[in-house]
Design a protein around this ligand. Structure first.
Ligand code: NAD
Length: 428
């Protein structure tokens, strides 16, 4: 077995929303980095120095890294073996069978297998189902005979950063490291020690559980006010007033606000528990609540207006949450599909996403219904509501589960909302 002769400190395989900011951050801290992605468009953008997606301050980071020359690029996962540390930041979706889809990880592992040597460390930064890190270690042991934790190091160091906050949080969020065998945790902790955040050592499965359960907690926390919103409609109650009653000066309150809850992480991470659940269906029910919000909003509009056929419906927002350009797994798409099945004339506007959309004015002009699907800052401006009142049809129904304008109404007519609006609402 030949010893490791590395030409770079670290390789990051998968330059997506997690991998690219991470690769740039390593390079910015003085490490020599190989960034790997098999999508030519992604590599092309990075090579040209253009951030392919919105991430706060990442363009300036990319500019600095371009200038310092510490990032090289490749489309071949096997090239990662030129670095001492290999960080996998590949996609881990879930199959509709409620099971982790590990194809990207398996494919990269197979590409790398023949090139790994003693001294390498392999780090799973992707979100994975419990047991995956031990599986990866076992795979390397089985196919190459490595003693994991002594010769080759394997660990899970889950990405816990929220989109848009990478650069701030890489230095502040505790970095969990779950290493296999005697020394993997220590070796991988040293790598992530280039950032200022504390390193927290644990076992691989605890690292996996901590990551997915943080997202399960969040997903469930949003399902509760969403279910309450539906209950309030049934009982003719106001969800925002009930939430205020729950939370006001009550030390055991803390219920969140309603909204459309999905996105590429929350929508699937619960399945990594559900696939071997001790309470099968419990988290599926949480998912069903969040997934039924588009239908609830649509039905609520129909209850007030009758058929939506041939009515102009403006959908504001395509992104899965406020102030991001990430549309993956956004419930706005589901809402639009459902509205189209009602034969409504749907016009969408989103100021952030790469998908071209008509202007705000084009979307709201003469609209019978305006539905706020993403609570972008632009929509939360009082001037946006004023424009809706001015330009939509006289009796336009505004559907706003986010309470963008502080009017505390999920369903209200535009002119009513204007009278009820209060200044700047905190962002969920
Ligand atoms: N997006 C987030 O905010 C976030 C936050 C925390 C954790 N995560 C987790 O991090 C992981 C990555 O998420 P993401 O949003 O960056 O995914 P992504 O799909 O944006 O990025 C994956 C990248 O890997 C590339 N790729 C796929 N197969 C490849 C291969 N064989 N060789 C080289 N490149 C390959 C793709 O082209 C893509 O650019 C997932 O497990 C996700 O659940 C994401």
């Amino acid at each position: 077995m030949s010893a490791l002769q590395s030409t770079a400190d670290v390789a990051v395989v998968g330059l997506g929303r997690v991998g690219l900011p991470l690769a740039l951050s390593f390079a910015d801290r003085g490490l020599s980095v190989i960034g790997i992605d098999n999508a030519p468009a992604r590599l092309g953008a990075v090579r040209e120095g253009v951030m392919p997606f919105e991430e706060t301050d990442a363009q300036a980071l990319l500019d600095r890294v371009h200038a310092n020359g510490r990032l090289t690029l490749s489309e071949r996962a096997a090239d990662a073996a030129q670095a001492r540390h290999i960080v996998l930041t590949l996609g881990t979706p879930s199959f509709s069978h409620i099971e982790i889809d590990m194809r990207e990880i398996r494919s990269a592992l197979d590409d790398l297998l023949g090139s790994l040597a003693p001294g390498h460390s392999l780090i799973l930064r992707s979100t994975v189902a419990p047991g995956t890190t031990e599986f990866v270690a076992g795979y390397l042991r089985k196919h190459r005979g490595f003693e994991i934790g002594e010769e080759v190091f394997v660990a899970h160091a889950p990405e816990r950063i929220a989109a848009g906050r990478f650069i701030e949080e890489i230095d502040t969020l505790p970095c969990i490291v779950g290493g296999v065998g005697a020394r993997s945790g220590e070796v991988v902790g040293e790598l992530f020690g280039v950032f200022r955040a504390p390193i927290v050592q644990t076992t691989p499965v605890q690292a996996e559980l901590a990551k997915i359960w943080a997202n399960i907690l969040r997903y469930t926390n949003f399902a509760l006010p969403n279910l309450l919103m539906m209950d309030c409609e049934r009982y003719d109650a106001n969800v925002f007033e009930v939430i205020d009653l729950i939370n006001r000066d009550y030390p055991r309150g803390g219920i969140a606000q309603p909204g459309l809850t999905a996105g590429t992480c929350l929508r699937k991470d619960f399945t990594f528990s559900e696939e071997r659940s001790n309470a099968p269906g419990m988290l599926l029910a949480v998912s069903r609540v969040n997934e039924s919000v588009p239908l609830f909003l649509l039905e609520g509009a129909k209850r007030r207006l009758g058929s939506l056929a041939d009515r102009k419906v403006a959908v504001l927002g395509l992104a899965f949450k406020a102030d991001t350009d990430d549309e993956r797994d956004s419930l706005a798409h589901k809402l639009i599909r459902m509205l189209e099945r009602e034969l409504a004339d749907v016009v969408v506007h989103d100021p952030h996403v790469a998908t071209p959309t008509p202007s705000f004015e084009e979307a709201i002009d003469g609209a019978d219904v305006v539905i706020v699907a993403s609570n972008h800052s632009e929509f939360r401006e009082p001037s946006a509501l004023a424009k809706i009142v001015e330009r939509s049809s006289g009796d336009c129904l505004v559907v706003d589960p986010w309470d963008c304008w502080g009017a505390s109404q999920v369903f209200a007519y535009a002119s009513e909302l204007l009278a009820l609006a209060t200044p700047a609402q905190p962002l969920r």
